[in-house]
Design a protein around this ligand. Structure first.
Ligand code: HEC
Ligand code: HEC
Ligand code: HEC
Ligand code: HEC
Ligand code: HEC
Ligand code: HEC
Ligand code: HEC
Ligand code: HEC
Length: 248
């Protein structure tokens, strides 16, 4: 096949293709930084550049030389998992010149709620408070020690740790029921909740105490036939006990 018989649109295509190829080669030369690919799929010079940056954080071990007393307190407390510089900010300069540079001390009421402000996305039981309602107007540290935030006394209300459930119940048909109507709670649960568990109801007879036909409970409580209503399922497969609604 001679060149003459090539379809005429091939020539412009070849030109475009060649131009694109040339542009790509030039772009690679201009745009791809030097030392890229020398050691792998990254810019080799970046390693030295990052290493040359000033060090801002000293790491918790660096604090031990001079503040071992505080580390002792913290390591026995619920805050043992937190690094010093989480709260005190970058402190490498302070380690070098302790008398000249002082790290920050987060004493305002805004700081601790970053972790402890009520947020339904946090795991159940994580200590949470509503900063607007929890002892407003006073510094957190007037009651809690930041290095050992153990509670001044055991919480009196389940809501201290189960805020979301408590708030839901408040606006539900079960608002007047206390938590211990349905849950047996050993004292230890209030101080070591992960070790001493509260009990959850196991059978529908609990609900029947108030809702069964003929149950000895106030007349305005709606009744169901405990033997048939809901079939073989337990009540809380269909009604959330902390916000029960007669599902439609
Ligand atoms: C070489 C010793 C030394 C090291 C290491 C050191 N500090 Fe200090 N730190 C001091 C001295 C000295 C003071 C001043 C004590 C005083 O004023 O009573 C101080 C004070 C502080 C204060 C109080 C500042 C203030 O305004 O009252 C904080 C917070 C602090 N250090 C945190 C840290 C943290 C966090 C680390 C680890 C990253 C650390 N320090 C490492 C010696 C050290
Ligand atoms: C949960 C946040 C938090 C963590 C973690 C934390 N601190 Fe503090 N620290 C504070 C607060 C808040 C203050 C101010 C307390 C006050 O003024 O009552 C403080 C005060 C200090 C002081 C001043 C002296 C004093 O006792 O008031 C030093 C020194 C200090 N912290 C060092 C450390 C060291 C070292 C660590 C790590 C072992 C650490 N902190 C971990 C929040 C924290
Ligand atoms: C970086 C996140 C973080 C910050 C900031 C923080 N905490 Fe905590 N706090 C925790 C963790 C994690 C626990 C342990 C939770 C657990 O045991 O389930 C805890 C536990 C607590 C407890 C419960 C102690 C107990 O005995 O049950 C209190 C009270 C507390 N913190 C107060 C504070 C105060 C006051 C501050 C501000 C100085 C603060 N926290 C800052 C993460 C944080
Ligand atoms: C100091 C915080 C705290 C207090 C106060 C508290 N709880 Fe809990 N509770 C927890 C934590 C944390 C868990 C999660 C334990 C786990 O799953 O390991 C939990 C779990 C539970 C469970 C589920 C147990 C299970 O088997 O899943 C029930 C029910 C419960 N709490 C009821 C209550 C009631 C009722 C009160 C008030 C009388 C109360 N709690 C007070 C922290 C607390
Ligand atoms: C007037 C003293 C006081 C002040 C101020 C105070 N608290 Fe408390 N806090 C308590 C007491 C007492 C409890 C025990 C639960 C209860 O009775 O409410 C508690 C409970 C908590 C809990 C719940 C612990 C758990 O296991 O559920 C957290 C978290 C907490 N406080 C953080 C804070 C933070 C953050 C601030 C500052 C914004 C603060 N507190 C200010 C006295 C105080
Ligand atoms: C009407 C009875 C009833 C009342 C009142 C009640 N609960 Fe429950 N609760 C239950 C039942 C039933 C379950 C089991 C639900 C399941 O397994 O799906 C449960 C489960 C829980 C759980 C496990 C987590 C979850 O959401 O399933 C916690 C925590 C809990 N209750 C805390 C509380 C607290 C705190 C209160 C008071 C504010 C309270 N309950 C009031 C019946 C009740
Ligand atoms: C101590 C008594 C008591 C117990 C135990 C009890 N309830 Fe109730 N229940 C009530 C009261 C009071 C009402 C509200 C009646 C009213 O609205 O006047 C109610 C209302 C309800 C409603 C009706 C909501 C509506 O939309 O009308 C449902 C559904 C319900 N409860 C389910 C349950 C389930 C499921 C259990 C077991 C986990 C349970 N209850 C345990 C007292 C109880
Ligand atoms: C399979 C799902 C299911 C189960 C399991 C179930 N329910 Fe219901 N329940 C419903 C539905 C749907 C309604 C609303 C329609 C109706 O009245 O039958 C309702 C209504 C109710 C009412 C309101 C009746 C009224 O007259 O307003 C109460 C109280 C109630 N249920 C309690 C219970 C109790 C207690 C149990 C456990 C013995 C239970 N339910 C188990 C689905 C269920």
């Amino acid at each position: 096949m001679s060149a003459r018989k090539l379809p005429q649109q091939v020539i412009p295509l070849v030109i475009i293709f060649a131009a694109a190829l040339a542009a790509l080669i030039i772009a690679r030369k201009i745009l791809v930084p030097k030392t890229f690919g020398d050691l792998g799929h990254y810019r080799a010079a970046a390693v030295d550049e990052i290493a040359a940056q000033p060090i801002a954080f000293a790491g918790s071990k660096a604090c031990l030389d001079c503040h071992e007393d505080i580390d002792q307190v913290k390591s026995q407390s619920k805050h043992r998992g937190l690094s010093c510089e989480v709260c005190h900010g970058d402190a490498a300069k302070h380690v070098e010149a302790p008398d000249e540079v002082k790290p920050i001390k987060p004493i305002g009421r805004g700081y601790c709620p970053l972790c402890h402000g009520y947020n339904p996305a946090r795991p159940t039981g994580f200590p949470q408070i509503n900063p607007d309602l929890h002892n407003p107007g006073r510094a957190c540290m007037s009651c809690h020690n930041a290095h050992n935030p153990m509670l001044p006394h055991a919480p009196e209300e389940c809501a201290a740790c189960h805020r979301q459930i408590a708030s839901q119940k408040t606006v539900s048909h079960h608002a007047t029921l206390t938590c211990v109507t349905c849950h047996t709670v050993p004292d230890g649960h209030l101080t070591t909740p992960n070790i001493v568990l509260a009990e959850k109801p196991k059978t529908k007879e609990l609900c029947g105490k108030c809702h069964a036909q003929g149950a000895d409970s106030p007349a305005e409580i709606p009744r169901i036939d405990l033997a048939t209503h809901g079939g073989r399922y337990v009540c809380w497969d269909c009604h959330y006990p902390h916000f029960p609604e007669a599902a439609r």
